[in-house]
Write a protein that binds this ligand. Structure first.
Ligand code: HEM
Length: 306
């Protein structure tokens, strides 16, 4: 799933084909993130310039990322053909006051942010969805029936995606039980009080999706995997902010629609052609770092349907 979503995000946002580089890019991104996580949790860590094995590994990953992304930017600068994608918009963007364009360094940072925010998240959400489908064969049958009715052997198209209602319910229910984030950090703009707790202005707090998405006040049998709870009539009965896997407010995920579109397409395309089955006796654990990834991945057996 990581390779697939990395390819999708690179081709949709930047019109580049990174087949062949996905493993290097993915591995370097992961090393850099692991390093950031380590530093966040170890305030006494040795400075980044010291040549410790961990620091050297990070510098190597960063160099690889910088090189790959700079190649993308420079090849676009040299190639005059107009592309209607995000990279062209970033290249054309100008500061409203000074008229200045972005430097290569700024562009590199934007591209890395978008690739990173856009691939691991979707890959993780899909991995958990396969896990839940693999442990609920009845759900797999229902998805396959819906796909047969809606697509009738054709490839999924944007127009057809909204008709794959049950498939979307499955994805939402998976995002409820296995949200990719531990929570959303926010800062209190004013003094406030929540359920008797005083929150002074300036407090940094975490809106923990994992717990809200399993709160018995909003969800019956919250631990159960039940995609039907996302049918429109059921959604209407819940407060809007009982479920917000893409965040909310000014910083809501900018990739929400892309992520939903690609996830439902991937689920439909694979379920149409294959049965999946979890490999037994594997160790499935959450890696609670930046995204709640399955620590050792999710291994499934894939069997052709026809
Ligand atoms: C299933 C897939 C995804 C999930 C669950 C997800 C979830 C989130 C969440 C929870 C946030 C924080 C929102 C907040 O603080 O209110 C966020 C922010 C963000 N996401 Fe996603 N995301 C996904 C896919 C994507 C994709 C495909 C892209 C890029 C194309 C993307 C780009 C971003 C960016 C740039 C931000 C920062 C927005 C800001 O701070 O203004 N995400 N995402």
């Amino acid at each position: 799933m990581s390779r697939l979503t990395l390819k999708i995000v690179s081709s949709t946002l930047f019109s580049i084909d990174i087949s062949g580089k996905t493993d290097t890019l993915g591995q370097s991104l992961r090393t850099a993130l692991e390093y950031a996580y380590y530093r966040m949790n170890n305030p006494l860590a040795l400075p980044v310039w010291m040549p410790t094995p961990r620091n050297l590994k990070f510098h190597q990953a960063k160099q690889t990322l910088d090189r790959l992304v700079l190649e993308i930017i420079q090849s676009r600068r040299q190639n005059s053909t107009e592309k209607n994608d995000l990279l062209s918009m970033l290249l054309a963007a100008q500061d409203e006051e000074t008229g200045e364009k972005m430097s290569d360094r700024q562009l590199q940072d934007e591209v890395i942010t978008l690739i990173n925010a856009g691939y691991e998240t979707t890959a993780t959400a899909l991995a958990w969805t396969w896990y839940l489908i693999g442990t609920h064969p009845d759900v797999m049958v229902k998805i396959q029936e819906e796909i047969q009715t809606v697509l009738n052997g054709n490839n999924p198209t944007v127009e057809k995606l909204s008709q794959l209602q049950y498939t979307r319910c499955v994805f939402d229910e998976s995002s409820r039980l296995c949200p990719i984030g531990l929570g959303l950090p926010r800062v209190a703009l004013e003094d406030d009080e929540i359920k008797g707790y005083f929150i002074p202005k300036g407090t940094i707090f975490n809106i923990a999706q994992y717990f809200i998405f399993r709160h018995p006040e909003f969800w019956d049998h919250p631990e159960q995997f039940d995609p039907d709870r996302f049918l429109p009539e059921k959604v209407k009965q819940r407060p809007k902010f009982a479920f917000f896997p893409f965040g909310a407010g000014q910083h809501i995920c900018i990739g929400k629609n892309l992520a939903l579109m690609e996830s439902i397409t991937i689920l439909a395309a694979i379920m149409d052609r294959f049965h999946i089955e979890l490999v037994p006796h594997q160790s499935i654990e959450i890696d609670p770092r930046f995204s709640l990834r399955p620590k050792y991945g999710i291994k499934v057996r894939v069997r052709k349907r026809y």
